[in-house]
Ligand binder design. Structure first.
Ligand SMILES: Cc1cc2nc3c(=O)[nH]c(=O)nc-3n(C[C@H](O)[C@H](O)[C@H](O)COP(=O)(O)O)c2cc1C
Length: 198
């Protein structure tokens, strides 16, 4: 589930919420899964991975991760990302271009306090995406952290990213192949709407 706070009243945000509610009603599984594509400018590499979208706070979409992970390094190197959702239960794709930044330390600490200690133990113990000799060692590190550490204190290397889109496209598949594409672009703080050919 995604938590919505202070819902933005601009058309693309209202349409996002409407499609989310429809997908929930249709029993969509893994509704918070969103693919984030990044560009690491120094390495000249693009990459994509799923994360779980946790919040939509006004115009900000928020997820959490390890700040030393390859994705975080890419976001810092180049702050433009693209994000992609497909809700199969309603046959809707949502595609965004956005700028991304870290959430504040206070925000991360507050969020961490309310997560389960099991999840926090993994966030603390995992040096995300670094090679490790065996899966046994992953478990050992995790169990040691569970015993030794205060699991309510968020480490500096873990926290949220918030992205605010400047383009959002909703693609709605139709049995007739007359797929509907609603495209929104932010220009000078005003959202402009157009229909794209399928
Ligand atoms: C459905 C799904 C949700 C995921 N959610 C997260 C998440 O919220 N945060 C995260 O760090 N990794 C998440 N992952 C794992 C990432 O896809 C990825 O493997 C990991 O973050 C390392 O990515 P990186 O090497 O590009 O930094 C998720 C994977 C899947 C399949």
């Amino acid at each position: 589930m995604i938590e919505f706070n202070n819902i933005n009243q601009e058309p693309p945000y209202l349409l996002f919420k409407k499609k989310y509610d429809e997908a929930i009603d249709a029993g969509q599984k893994a509704i918070e899964a969103i693919s984030i594509s990044s560009y690491n400018k120094e390495m000249q590499e693009v990459d994509s991975r799923y994360v779980n979208l946790k919040f939509v706070n006004n115009n900000e979409f928020i997820f959490f991760t390890n700040y030393n992970s390859p994705k975080s390094i890419a976001f810092i190197s180049h702050n433009q990302i693209s994000a992609l959702i497909y809700w199969s239960s309603i046959n809707v794709q949502i595609r965004m271009k956005a700028r991304i930044q870290k959430t504040s330390d206070e925000y991360n600490q507050e969020y961490f306090k309310h997560r389960s200690t099991d999840k926090n133990a993994l966030a603390i113990s995992s040096n995300q995406s670094s090679p490790i000799p065996s899966f046994d060692q992953v478990i050992k590190k995790y169990n040691k952290i569970k015993k030794d550490r205060d699991l309510k204190i968020c480490p500096q290397y873990w926290g949220g990213f918030s992205f605010s889109p400047f383009e959002i496209e909703f693609w709605e598949g139709n049995a007739s192949r007359l797929n509907k594409r609603d495209f929104y672009k932010l220009n000078d703080n005003i959202w402009h709407h157009s229909i794209l050919e399928p």
